[in-house]
Design a protein around this ligand. Structure first.
Ligand SMILES: Cc1ncc(COP(=O)(O)O)c(C=O)c1O
Length: 404
């Protein structure tokens, strides 16, 4: 399929077919395609010959973005965060976060979790779990400790208990970490939302031990889980937050790190990059952020979360579906380890029937349903019904002994 145009939650192919978008640029299009207000602001910026590249120079677009961020996100939450502009990927934001944590604490060890995905550059890959991805990475960063995530496809383990013990026992063979990096909802790992209790315990433990907590909000942030940040469910405040993907709102490359003011020990230009602070992205990001002070918009996102949870219920009843998980406007249909071929066949059939989505999980066994958070509720229902039909058809073919 060659995708030629798009609007909101709909993708159109060159040959005229249309698709409901449950992919949303892997989380870069939370507000859908070509949002009219963002597009108008962007066109206005371009046609009036405003600055398109500025690196660290001050511009009106940067000022307006920072003012909006403060007004809409930081001030109402009482957070005193500084904003760092990074190279325009989530991976680079995580690189910056790891470097900063090591510099601030003077320690090197970082704790990461099994199933984690933080990006493809060396530092980010070093704290990512998938062996398949790590294999091509060459020598990765040393001094990383992996602990099991709260829930995943394997049996539960008290990983915070393990970490606590690791730090208090003087004979544990390791040193005090600089930071813990965590996705409050592990998406690529298979769509596992950490519980409020687990996140709270993690925050309490890191605070007591003097370890910085980095929350990677690259994919689960920007409203995906119903609140702007996915850690807000637990009422915790991390020391460092990384955002990319939907922070620009329009699919334009852009990333930021939010860091508590007291840990800003950066020298000027110490983590640099030519495409930091993408001016076009700053323009659309300002519009995207402003939506979060519109109560009607917030209600719509929350009601879509309910529609998704309801629409997953009949799917969860299909015996070949191991489990359905959802948080906010992201859902996972888990076919179970060992069933990646079934998951792949369902994905292919859903595409034929007009729904595009990505798979996640250790083996691609989980259908990752990630529509724009602003999707029209009837379209969300329609997409979920298509998915249910695709699953039933694949299962019927399997039972008839036909090729999937
Ligand atoms: C949680 C998380 N962190 C970091 C990244 C990397 O972001 P990017 O692809 O922009 O480098 C991703 C990408 O999927 C992600 O899901």
């Amino acid at each position: 399929v060659v995708f030629a145009s798009a609007q909101g939650d709909e993708l159109r192919a060159e040959d005229g077919r249309t698709f409901i978008d449950f992919f949303a640029g892997s989380g870069a299009l939370n507000y859908g395609h070509n949002d009219p207000r963002m597009k108008a602001a962007l066109l206005d910026h371009l046609t009036s010959d405003q600055i398109t590249h500025a690196l660290d120079l001050e511009t009106p677009a940067k000022r307006r973005f920072l003012e909006t961020l403060e007004r809409v996100l930081l001030a109402p939450r009482g957070w005193d965060f500084k904003v760092q502009f990074c190279g325009p990927s989530g991976a680079d934001a995580n690189e910056a976060a790891l470097k900063l944590a090591r510099k601030v604490t003077g320690r090197r060890r970082v704790v990461a979790f099994s199933g984690a995905y933080h990006g493809m550059t060396t530092g980010a890959l070093s704290v990512s779990g998938a062996k398949r991805l790590r294999a091509a990475g060459g020598p990765l960063l040393g001094e990383i400790t992996f602990a099991p995530y709260e829930t995943d496809s394997y049996e539960a383990l008290d990983s915070i208990g393990y970490l606590r013990r690791m730090v208090t026992d003087p004979s544990n063979g390791t040193d005090l970490p600089a930071a813990v990096i965590v996705e409050p909802v592990q998406i690529q790992g298979g769509l596992y939302p950490a519980s409020k209790r687990w996140l709270t315990e993690l925050r309490e433990w890191t605070e007591q031990a003097g370890i910085l907590l980095i929350c990677d909000e690259v994919q689960a942030g920007c409203g995906r889980t119903g609140t702007f940040f996915s850690f807000e469910r637990a009422g915790i405040v991390p020391d460092i937050v990384t955002c990319a993907k939907s922070i620009s709102g329009y699919g334009l490359p852009f990333s930021i790190v939010l860091l508590k003011r007291e840990i800003d020990v950066w020298e000027p230009g110490e983590h640099t990059g030519t495409f930091r602070g993408n001016q076009l992205a700053l323009v659309t990001a300002e519009v995207a952020l402003s939506y979060w002070s519109d109560s009607e918009f917030v209600r719509r996102v929350q009601s879509n979360a309910e529609v998704l949870a309801d629409g997953l219920r009949p799917i969860a009843e299909i015996p070949q579906v191991r489990a359905c998980r959802a948080v906010g406007v992201i859902g996972g249909v888990d076919f179970g380890l060992g069933n990646a071929a079934r998951s792949e066949a369902v994905q292919a059939r859903a595409l034929e029937l007009g729904v595009l989505y990505e798979r996640c999980g250790r083996e691609g066994e989980v259908a990752k349903l990630m529509p724009p958070i602003t999707i029209a509720p009837d379209r969300l229902w329609a997409g979920l019904e298509i998915l249910r039909r695709a699953i039933c058809e694949v299962v019927e073919r399997e039972q008839a002994g036909e090729p999937r």
